[in-house]
Design a binder for this molecule. Structure first.
Ligand SMILES: [Zn+2]
Length: 226
């Protein structure tokens, strides 16, 4: 039972109680009994109410699976053949970069200066994978703790110890006012981002995200020598 609870990222309190995962539960209604390797939900609102759940029952309910599949799942948990759910939900660097590049790509359409710059470079943002970073993705209504954490993780935001006017922590966006190209690996996953300044044409115009990996596949030579 401990293995199963851990797998689902459910942490019993000191009385071995958890918030029941099978109904809306704000205060822990489910009692875990390690002695019998069972759990019991005391809420009458619960679909499992009145039944003592062993580990297989628990997995059946949690996965919405039949007994056969629940047993297979239990076996995989013991053998460690499966990535724990908690780990699987953590997005990879590539997942984060893909999400952010989609955001940057959409931003081109909302930014006349970005469109103008891209056209001046004789590139076609309708055909090529090009994005634009206005540096606003973590502000205002878009402010989102998960997004900020993920952007810090991959380096799209940097913690420069800044405090904003509102007194909140402020972060420095990497490659602000740059057009953005995805760098991909052989499996066509985005593994890096290349930023090219739209403002500065002299010394500081090329920026690669930390842990540079991947290539922009259709990169013609004149892109490189910009
Ligand atoms: Zn319940």
């Amino acid at each position: 039972m401990a293995t199963v609870l851990q797998y689902y990222n459910l942490k019993p309190d000191k009385h071995n109680r958890i918030c029941c995962p099978f109904h809306e539960d704000k205060t822990p209604s489910m009692q875990v009994y390690y002695k019998t390797q069972t759990a019991y939900c005391f809420s009458s609102n619960c679909k499992t109410h009145g039944k003592s759940l062993d580990v297989i029952d628990f997995i059946m309910h949690r996965e919405n699976q039949d007994k056969h599949n629940a047993i297979l799942k239990a076996a995989s948990m013991i053998n460690g053949h499966e990535v724990p759910a908690a780990t699987a939900q953590t997005p990879s660097r590539s997942d984060i970069l893909t999400k952010m590049f989609t955001y940057f790509k959409n931003a081109v359409h909302n930014s006349p200066p970005a469109k103008q710059y891209i056209e001046s470079r004789k590139l076609d943002y309708e055909k090529l994978e090009i994005g634009y970073n206005s540096g606003q993705f973590h502000h205002g209504q878009r402010k989102d703790e998960t997004l900020i954490r993920q952007c810090l993780q991959v380096g799209i935001l940097q913690d420069a110890g800044l405090i904003s006017k509102t007194g909140d922590k402020a972060y420095r966006p990497f490659g602000k006012w740059c057009i953005v190209f995805p760098l991909k690996n052989k499996a066509n996953q985005i593994t890096g981002l290349y930023f090219r300044s739209t403002l500065n044409d002299t010394d500081k115009r090329h920026y690669y995200l930390a842990d540079r990996q991947g290539l922009y596949p259709p990169l013609p030579h004149d892109f490189i020598v910009w």
